[in-house]
Design a binder for this molecule. Structure first.
Ligand code: ADP
Length: 324
C-alpha cells in the first residue's frame, strides 16, 4: 500500500506555536520525497470547510523553518465540533481527493482529527501548543521556545529588580498547566513558582520565603505565576503590603507565542512531522505522535485523549529547595 501515491493534507489548528512551521515543512517535504501529493489546508478546520486549500511544492515551505507562527495560518472552528461540521469536512476531503490529514494542534484539534478518522479520513495528530499540556507526549511544539522567551524577559526584569531592590511578579501563560511557569521559574531562580496544579498559600509559599531570604541578604525577588493561579495584580499588591518590598507585575502575554523556534523545537517538530507521514503512508490513521523519553512514539487518539499528565513533583520541590 505504501507504494500507492496518496494525497496528504496538512493543517494547523487552535493556538499557534513556534515550531509549527518546522512540522509543516517536514510533512510537505517527507510526503513529496516519498512520491505523494500534499495539500496545505489553511486556517485549520475552518479552512477545510471553506475549501481554503493550496497545493504544496518543495519550495512552498522554503524559509519557514526558522520562523514562528504558522505559514498555513490557524483558526478555531466551532462548527467542527458538530457532527454536521465533521461530515462536511470529510466531504471536502473526498471531493478534493485527500486520503489523510496531518493535524498539528492541541487536544481540541485531536478531537477533530479523531472524528474525521472515524468518518473514513485517516488523521494523525502532531502536538502543537506552547503550554505542553498534552498528556500523550512529554514535549509539544512551541513549549521550548516559549520557556526561552520567558527566561530572556525575566533576565531583563531581574536586572531592573536588582537595581531597585524590588520584587518582580511575572505572569506567564498556562491557564490549566504550569509547565511554562515551572521550567522558566527554575531557569530564572524564582523565589516562588505558582502553578494551577498546586494550589498555593500566600503566606507559606511566597511571603515567609521572601522574609526568610531577606534575612540572608537577598534584596530582589522574582515570583513566576501561571495565569491559571488567579489574580496576579492582587497577588503583587499583597506581596508589597506584607513584605514592605516594592512589587511590580509584568504580564508577558502573547510575546510567549511568537519568536524564532529553538533548535530543539525544530528538531522534534521535524521528526514528528516526518513520522506522521510514515504512518499515513502505511494507511494508519486515528493516531497521535509524540515524544516519550526522548523517542518518537504514537498512540491511538482515544487512548491519548484519556491520558493524564501532572507536573514533575521532584522538579517542583527541587525548584523550591534551591531558590532561596
Ligand atoms: P487546541 O487544539 O489547541 O486544543 P482548541 O481546543 O481551540 O485548541 O481546538 C481547536 C479546534 O479543534 C476547534 O476550534 C475545533 O475546530 C476543533 N475541535 C475542538 N474540540 C473538538 C471536538 N470535541 N470535536 C471536533 N472538533 C473539535
Amino acid at each position: 500500500m505504501s507504494q500507492e501515491r496518496k494525497t496528504i493534507g496538512v493543517l494547523t489548528s487552535g493556538g499557534d506555536a513556534p515550531g509549527m512551521n518546522a512540522a509543516i515543512r517536514a510533512v510537505v517535504r517527507a510526503a513529496l520525497t516519498k512520491g505523494h501529493r500534499v495539500l496545505g489546508i489553511r486556517r485549520g478546520f475552518a479552512g477545510l470547510l471553506g475549501g481554503d486549500i493550496v497545493e504544496m511544492q518543495l519550495r512552498s515551505v522554503c524559509d519557514i523553518l526558522q520562523r514562528g507562527g504558522t505559514a498555513l495560518y490557524t483558526a478555531r472552528c466551532e462548527e467542527f465540533k458538530t457532527a454536521e461540521g465533521v461530515r462536511r469536512g470529510i466531504e471536502v476531503c473526498k471531493k478534493t481527493g485527500i486520503d489523510g490529514v496531518v493535524v498539528i494542534g492541541g487536544d481540541g484539534s485531536y478531537r477533530g482529527a479523531r472524528d474525521m478518522s472515524n468518518g473514513g479520513i485517516p488523521c494523525i495528530g502532531v502536538p502543537g501548543t506552547i503550554d505542553n499540556d498534552i498528556a500523550s507526549t512529554e514535549y509539544s511544539i512551541g513549549f521550548d521556545t516559549a520557556v526561552n522567551t520567558v527566561v530572556q524577559n525575566v533576565d531583563r526584569l531581574r536586572d531592573t529588580s536588582q537595581s531597585h531592590d524590588r520584587c518582580s511578579v511575572v505572569e506567564v501563560m498556562g491557564r490549566n498547566a504550569g509547565y511554562i511557569a515551572l521550567y522558566a521559574g527554575m531557569a530564572c531562580g524564582a523565589i516562588s513558582i505558582l502553578i494551577p496544579e498546586r494550589p498555593y498559600d500566600l503566606e507559606r509559599d511566597v511571603i515567609s520565603r521572601m522574609k526568610a531570604t531577606l534575612k540572608t541578604g537577598k534584596q530582589h525577588f522574582i515570583v513566576v505565576a501561571a495565569e491559571g493561579v488567579g489574580d496576579t495584580k492582587a497577588l503583587t499588591q499583597a506581596i508589597q503590603e506584607k513584605t514592605g518590598i516594592e512589587a511590580r507585575l509584568t504580564v508577558l502575554g502573547h510575546v510567549q507565542r511568537g519568536g524564532t523556534p529553538t533548535a530543539m523545537e525544530r528538531v522534534y517538530a521535524s521528526l514528528m512531522g516526518h513520522y506522521a507521514v510514515d504512518l499515513l503512508e502505511r494507511d494508519i490513521g486515528n493516531r497521535v505522535v509524540g515524544i516519550q523519553n526522548g523517542k518518537l512514539v504514537d498512540y491511538d487518539i482515544n487512548d491519548a485523549l484519556k491520558m493524564k499528565k501532572d507536573i514533575d513533583e521532584y522538579m517542583y520541590r527541587a525548584a523550591y529547595d534551591i531558590s532561596i
